[in-house]
Write a protein that binds this ligand. Structure first.
Ligand code: NCD
Length: 294
């Protein structure tokens, strides 16, 4: 039985085929073709114990494109508000009859526990500050579609790296695909546990980046937004113009406009934020096909 807790759960050949399949599925969706998939007739349970807009909706639509049935746990109106435990909740969803669980939770370790309790394949849709593998994969798909390949790109992950599960997953995936990756921010936003070069002077690398990947400051995980942070790291019009002429701006969303990035930059054609969102659907289709394959 397959499980996607981190990007390392995919072998290199599986990683390459998921990305390639997602690029293909994106063009099929864009051209309005019917999707042919070996993974028809299954039921997905979306169990999100943390807020989500794009991840939950795109998993939902991805499953529908594959011909699956989807159950979405609505956390505020579920029995968790009556004190039902995580274990009882997921065992209940599983007993209702799902073949795969897509789960998001604040605590590292909870997704492995969900897998063990339910004996079902589990796809990590965001686990604490630890990992968000499908976000990293959809970002790789976005880079492949835009640049043709990830190999050789210089990518700066800018902002609250230490609290970001997106950064953790990107910094595991992108170097394996041949990119040079930097974590960029004030010292208290960088992480020694993340094995990519640390840079605190954003201006010193701006002109050499192919990708400026901004992160939201994770206030819910204890980080603070300060004026000095905004002064030194916000992607504003001036910094955007210091990037190379072919460089792009990315962000996993949700964006805090005026904090890590300005509206002026978000409106630029070389800002790929909504392209990333659109690639979430075919990427999650490819991941569900992989998790359900023999
Ligand atoms: C991210 C997340 O939830 O980790 N959002 C997403 O899934 N696109 C990033 C964030 O919350 O800042």
């Amino acid at each position: 039985m397959k499980i996607l807790l981190t990007v390392d759960d995919l072998r290199p050949d599986e990683r390459a085929s998921v990305i390639e399949r997602a690029v293909f599925l994106r063009s099929q969706l864009d051209e309005g073709h019917a999707i042919e998939s070996a993974a028809g007739g299954f039921t997905v349970g979306n169990v999100f114990f943390e807020a989500s807009t794009r991840t939950q909706l795109s998993f939902d639509l991805a499953a529908q494109h594959l011909g699956a049935r989807v159950l979405n746990l609505n956390l505020p109106s579920s029995s968790t508000s009556k004190g039902e435990s995580l274990r009882d909740t997921v065992e209940t969803v599983s007993a209702i009859g799902v073949d795969v669980l897509v789960a998001r939770h604040t605590d590292h370790g909870s997704l492995q526990a969900i897998h063990e309790w339910t004996k079902r394949p589990v796809i990590n849709a965001g686990e604490g500050a630890h990992a968000h593998p499908t976000q990293a994969l959809l970002d790789a798909v976005t880079l492949v579609r835009h640049f043709g390949a990830v190999e050789g790109l210089s990518i700066g992950i800018i902002g609250d790296v230490a609290h970001s599960r997106v950064a953790a997953s990107l910094c595991r995936l992108l170097p394996k695909l041949g990119a040079q990756v930097f974590q960029i921010g004030p010292p208290d936003f960088l992480s020694d546990e993340i094995d990519v070069e640390q840079v605190s002077d954003l201006g010193s690398v701006l002109g050499s980046l192919d990708v400026a990947y901004l992160l939201r400051v994770q206030r819910e995980r204890g980080a603070e937004i300060t004026d000095s942070y905004i002064d030194a790291y916000q992607m504003n019009g001036e910094r955007f113009r210091s990037l190379g002429g072919n460089a792009v701006v990315m962000h996993p969303g949700p964006v805090n406009r005026g904090v890590e990035v300005t509206t002026e930059v978000l409106d630029e054609a070389r800002c790929l934020v909504l392209e990333q969102v659109a690639n979430g659907v075919p990427t999650r289709m490819a991941v569900m096909e992989w998790v359900l394959s023999a």
